[in-house]
Structures are given as structure tokens and as C-alpha cells.
Write a protein that binds this ligand. Structure first.
Ligand code: MG
Length: 262
């Protein structure tokens, strides 16, 4: 069942989303060649807890035989999502997707950014930019009265129009009282299908865009998802809420909002 949230409930979601945005912004300032993803995860966890939140990814169940062990997902180059932090150090020229979930008072926020590590190739920068652009293209259709797949279709059109592929087997989702709620929000498909979009729906929209094939596989650790062809992938995600005039993005920092002219 898809939940529709009222004004006061949206304020709850807004608070956890605000901290999600601030945590991502903080992690972005630390990313440079030489730092390990384990160090980044420790900083992330402290930042979230020091600011009154709980890292929502830590301990959640998936298909792996053990719960997710970290506060954030750190996904380098060919890793699509769900990368587990380790002692591995970032190297110049890599891209890293950082996915963060925060819970405050039983309300959830979820967002991801793909950051550049040092000097990054044109192709990878263009890939990361496209994941972001596809998100905005998608939410342009997140208006009351539209259909869920209107968002999906626009994401796919943008990504494939630039010669990239969209991951099919991982999708965005409803969010609010839980990290993952109905509905599923694919990043591909024909428009005009699925549930009607209504005021008060909270959704995590998250294009995962690949340079090569859209096929993915799961690594031996049961969590890490990589591209089947080993080529780079980028991820961009925000939690949004649908209001009468259209979507409001809840997980962008003030700097990002200014930069995007929002
Ligand atoms: Mg998500």
C-alpha cells in the first residue's frame, strides 16, 4: 500500500532528510585520494549520531546472510551500489557513490551522490552528471495526477539519450515511516503506467546509470553490486515529496539548492 503523508508527517521526514543532506555534504568535503572508505564511514556515523540521527542502513537485512555492516554504502567505479567500506584507499581518477540513510524519531531520509576523486576522466564525469540530470528529468514528471512510470520513463530517456544504460534490477522506492516502502520506482519503462501520483507521497528516486551494459551481478560478500562488464556506474538519489505544485526535494543541501537555482 502506498502511504500518503500529511503536513506534520512530512515535517518529520523533512528533518531526517535535512540531516541526510548535511551528512553527504560533509562526506563530500573529505573525499580525496588516499582516504579509505572505512575512515569515511566512521566520519559519517559520528556526524549522523552527533546531530541526533541514527544511520538507517546499519543492520538492515538484505539477500546476504548478514545485515549491512556500515552506516553508508561506498561504491567505487564499477560498483553500482551497496559497497561495504573497507581499508581500501581512494585513488586519483576514481568515482565514488556514497549512499546515506538517516532515521530521526521514526522518520527516514535517503540520498546518494557520486563524488569525483581527484582528476577524473571526461567519460566518468559525464556519467555522474547524467545520473544527476536523469534524476531531475524524472522528477519533472512527479506531479499530482501523473503516473509513477512517467518518472521512470524520463529517467531512462535522459540516460539512454546520452548513450548510457539504466540498471533494471534495482529501483527507487517509497519512504517515510520505513526506509523502504511501496511503491517500487523503476528507472525505465513506458509512461502512463503504475500508481497515480498523489499529494503527500514520499519517494526516493535513484537513477543508477552505467557506461556499458545495464546488467549487474552480486559479489561474493552478498551485498556489493557490480556491473556485469566491469565498466563504471554512477548513482544519484534524493528523497522527494509530491506537493500540489510538484515535487519538493528534501535531501539537497542549501548549497546544492542554490547551485541548482531552486
Ligand atoms: Mg534508496
Amino acid at each position: 500500500m502506498i502511504k500518503v503523508y500529511g503536513r506534520r508527517e512530512i515535517e518529520g521526514i523533512r528533518a531526517s532528510c535535512k540531516l541526510t543532506a548535511e551528512a553527504l555534504q560533509y562526506i563530500g568535503t573529505l573525499i580525496k585520494p588516499g582516504i579509505s572508505t572505512l575512515e569515511l564511514d566512521r566520519e559519517l556515523e559520528s556526524f549522523i549520531r552527533d546531530n541526533g540521527g541514527r544511520p538507517a542502513f546499519k543492520g538492515i537485512a538484505g539477500d546476504a546472510p548478514y545485515p549491512f555492516p556500515a552506516s553508508g554504502c561506498f561504491s567505487i567505479d564499477e560498483v553500482v551500489v551497496h559497497g561495504i567500506p573497507s581499508k581500501r584507499r581512494l585513488a586519483d581518477g576514481e568515482i565514488i557513490g556514497v549512499d546515506v540513510g538517516v532515521e530521526i524519531d521514526g522518520w527516514y531520509g535517503d540520498a546518494a551522490r557520486t563524488f569525483m576523486v581527484g582528476d577524473v576522466s571526461f567519460e566518468k564525469r559525464r556519467l555522474a552528471q547524467t545520473a544527476k540530470d536523469a534524476f531531475f528529468k524524472g522528477i519533472a514528471r512527479a506531479k499530482p495526477g501523473g503516473r509513477l512510470s512517467d518518472i521512470s520513463h524520463n529517467v531512462q530517456k535522459m540516460a539512454e539519450g546520452r548513450g548510457f544504460s539504466v540498471v533494471r534490477s534495482l529501483v527507487g522506492h517509497g519512504i517515510g515511516r520505513q526506509l523502504h516502502e511501496d511503491p517500487q520506482v523503476p528507472n525505465f519503462g513506458e509512461p502512463g503506467l503504475g500508481s497515480k501520483l498523489r499529494i503527500g507521497m514520499a519517494l526516493a528516486i535513484e537513477p543508477m546509470i552505467n557506461i556499458g551494459t545495464h546488467e549487474i551481478r552480486v559479489m561474493e560478500d552478498g551485498w556489493t553490486i557490480v556491473t556485469a562488464d566491469g565498466k563504471p556506474s554512477a548513482h544519484y538519489e534524493n528523497t522527494i515529496v509530491i506537493l500540489d505544485k510538484g515535487p519538493e526535494i528534501l535531501t539537497m543541501s542549501e548549497d546544492e539548492l542554490c547551485e541548482a537555482g531552486l
